[in-house]
Every structure is written in structure tokens, then in C-alpha cells.
Design a protein around this ligand. Structure first.
Ligand code: 1HN
Length: 345
């Protein structure tokens, strides 16, 4: 371990001014800031967004701002560590709640960041990604991979609300975030791939030599199947915690390049203390009620609420009712960068 490093104040004023004038700065006073020992020092703090508080604000946005004036009518969830107005929930994860009213259309665009939608409530909403029209039903997880055209529509009679999670902060940091706008897409005249090619886990369509799979073969993961799979696994798990990864049905790998998703089932009374993970995360409560402690901070959650956790957070979950949560995390990005890690507590 090195000795106490030198500070800026120890250096003569004329030298400090000369460094500034030359456009340089000494590393050593900042060394421990940019490279702390053993663990990172996250700016991110745990966040919690109660749906009961979000929903009236969203509905009011529906009255105040027509979708034509918004492109996307979204309230962004700000990381408490970065403060009011922050456009991100963790270093890599953007979260927002989006409202679409009956008859409205959110215009087509394509951008570099990837998005996922987790449907919170409402019937009749749909999103079109790369020409594929996908119904949005409560609990569904729908991908919008970077580089794919997407627009949203609403054929129902009541407001539709969903949670957006994007890797936008990463693209913004890289100065790589940008979009193109275009006309609404022509829709393929058939149900989405989750209802045609990939109805059953372990079965994928045969194809002739050379006809490769799409990069993102299935972009909608209907909630009904997810919950049924979790319940069946739990029935045979002897009380062990069950969690499913959302995977690409052709490759078995993560569904997006940077973000990963899991579905968790915490039966009533269950307690769970996962390992410390180098990934940051967001949790969305599809159903249930419970409590999570994040670095000592208590979060009481119920259905449709969302909370976020910084990297290496100490987490304890406790379910007061049978609870289903979707976990959004940035492990895929960290694995690509070569540093994803889990530590036992
Ligand atoms: C976006 O394209 C959507 O397509 C939602 O619904 C939220 C936040 C930042 C940048 C692009 C959407 C977004 C977004």
C-alpha cells in the first residue's frame, strides 16, 4: 500500500498556474478518486419510485402535453446520487415511465442506444420494431435493440403505461447517442415471433443452410409464460430461490449487448441475500409486496413500483406476499469489458 499521496495544495502556486496554463493537471492528487482501493466509489445512490406517485403525474402530462409535442411522453427517474433532473438511474441505466393514450401514435425513429419496455398497465398498446407489431400486455418485456426502427400505437380505450430501461447513459458518455426519424413502419401481417417461431422453449425454426437467424429473433417475452415457468420451477425447487434469465432463443445468450434481464419469484415469506455484484441494477415489481434493504436503506415496495441499486450494493429482499420482480442489470456490458464480478457477503 502506498503512502499518503501528495495534494494539490502542497504544490507552489506558480507551478499550479503554469500547469493550468499548459492545459495539464497532476495525477497524484486525484489518484485515489479515479482509482479507489478494492471497490469503486459510486456516485449512484439507491432510488425508489412508487407507482402511486408516478401515475397521476403521468396522466397529468397526458393533459398538458400532446404526444406530438413530446415525441415520447416520459417521466425520467433521477438517481438521488446525481440529484434532481438527472437523466439516469445508475451509471449505465436510464429508467423512465411512458404514457400513451388511446388513439395516439409515438412516431418512428431509430437510435444507437437499446431499450426495453416492461409493461405496467393498460390494454391495446403495441409497439412496432423492425416491422414486427408486438402487443403490450402487463408484465411483458419487449426489446427495442439499438439500430432497429420503432414506433408505438394504441388501439385500446384506457391509458397504457410502461417502464422504459435504456443503456442511454453509456452512449451519451461515449458521445455516441443519436437518432434518425422516419415514417411509421409497414407492419408484417402476422403475430410477433413469440407467438409464431418461438412458442416453446428449446424449439427454434429449422432453416436451410445459409438462411441465418435474425440478430434479435424474438423481441417480446410475454409475461404469462414467464410467471408460469417461475411457478413451476418453484414448485420443484425445495424452497430454493428461482430466477430466470431472458435469453436470445437462438443463442441462449443475453438479449441485448449491454443490458440483461431476469424474472425473479419471491414466494411469501422468502428472504434473499444475493452476492455483491459489480453490476448496477433496477428492479420492477410486476406483482406482490415486500421490502428490500439496499446498503442499509429500507425500501418498502408493492406492485408496479421500481427501485434501483448501485454497483456492489448489499441487498436483502423479503417478500410479504408472493412477489414477481424483473431485474434489469448491466452485467452483459461489464462482461464485455472483462470485469463482471460477484463477491460473497
Ligand atoms: C426512446 O426512443 C423511447 O422509443 C423511450 O419509446 C425513451 C429515452 C431516451 C431516448 C430515447 C421510445 C427514450 C427514448
Amino acid at each position: 500500500m502506498s503512502e499518503q499521496l501528495g495534494t494539490l495544495e502542497e504544490l507552489p502556486l506558480d507551478y499550479r498556474e503554469a500547469m493550468s496554463a499548459a492545459g495539464v493537471a497532476p495525477l497524484w492528487p486525484m489518484m485515489r478518486n479515479v482509482l479507489p482501493h478494492d471497490l469503486p466509489a459510486p456516485v449512484t445512490r439507491p432510488g425508489y419510485w412508487a407507482y402511486a406517485a408516478m401515475k397521476p403525474l403521468l396522466l397529468r402530462a397526458g393533459e398538458l402535453t400532446p404526444v406530438e409535442k413530446a415525441e415520447r411522453r416520459v417521466l425520467v427517474m433521477s438517481d438521488p446520487g446525481r440529484g434532481k433532473g438527472a437523466m439516469q438511474a445508475t451509471a449505465s441505466i436510464y429508467l423512465g415511465m411512458q404514457l400513451l393514450l388511446p388513439g395516439e401514435t409515438a412516431p418512428a425513429h431509430v437510435h444507437t442506444p437499446s431499450a426495453v419496455r416492461i409493461i405496467v398497465e393498460g390494454e391495446g398498446g403495441f409497439t412496432v420494431v423492425d416491422g414486427e407489431k408486438m402487443p403490450m400486455q402487463a408484465g411483458d418485456l419487449v426489446l427495442t435493440p439499438g439500430g432497429e426502427w420503432h414506433d408505438h400505437g394504441h388501439e385500446g380505450t384506457a391509458p397504457v403505461i410502461w417502464l422504459d430501461a435504456l443503456d442511454l447513459p453509456v452512449f451519451y458518455y461515449l458521445e455516441g447517442s443519436y437518432a434518425k426519424e422516419g415514417p411509421l413502419q409497414a407492419q408484417r401481417n402476422r403475430p410477433d415471433a413469440s407467438q409464431v417461431e418461438y412458442i416453446s422453449a428449446g424449439l427454434a425454426p429449422s432453416r436451410r443452410h445459409e438462411a441465418g437467424a435474425r440478430r434479435y429473433p424474438m423481441m417480446r417475452y410475454p409475461w404469462g409464460r414467464t410467471e408460469a415457468a417461475l411457478r413451476e420451477m418453484a414448485r420443484w425447487s425445495d424452497g430454493a430461490f428461482v430466477e430466470l434469465d431472458y435469453v436470445n432463443p437462438e443463442t441462449g445468450k443475453d438479449v441485448l449487448p449491454t443490458l440483461g434481464f431476469t424474472a425473479m419469484f419471491l414466494p411469501k415469506g422468502a428472504r434473499l441475500a444475493p452476492p455483491l455484484r459489480s453490476s448496477s441494477a433496477a428492479f420492477h415489481v410486476v406483482k406482490g409486496k415486500g421490502r428490500s434493504t439496499v446498503n442499509g436503506q429500507v425500501i418498502d415496495w408493492s406492485a408496479k413500483d421500481t427501485f434501483s441499486t448501485p454497483v456492489f450494493a448489499a441487498l436483502d429482499h423479503e417478500a410479504a406476499e408472493d412477489s414477481f420482480l424483473i431485474r434489469v442489470h448491466d452485467r452483459p456490458l461489464q462482461e464485455k469489458l472483462g470485469y463482471y464480478e460477484e463477491r460473497q457477503r
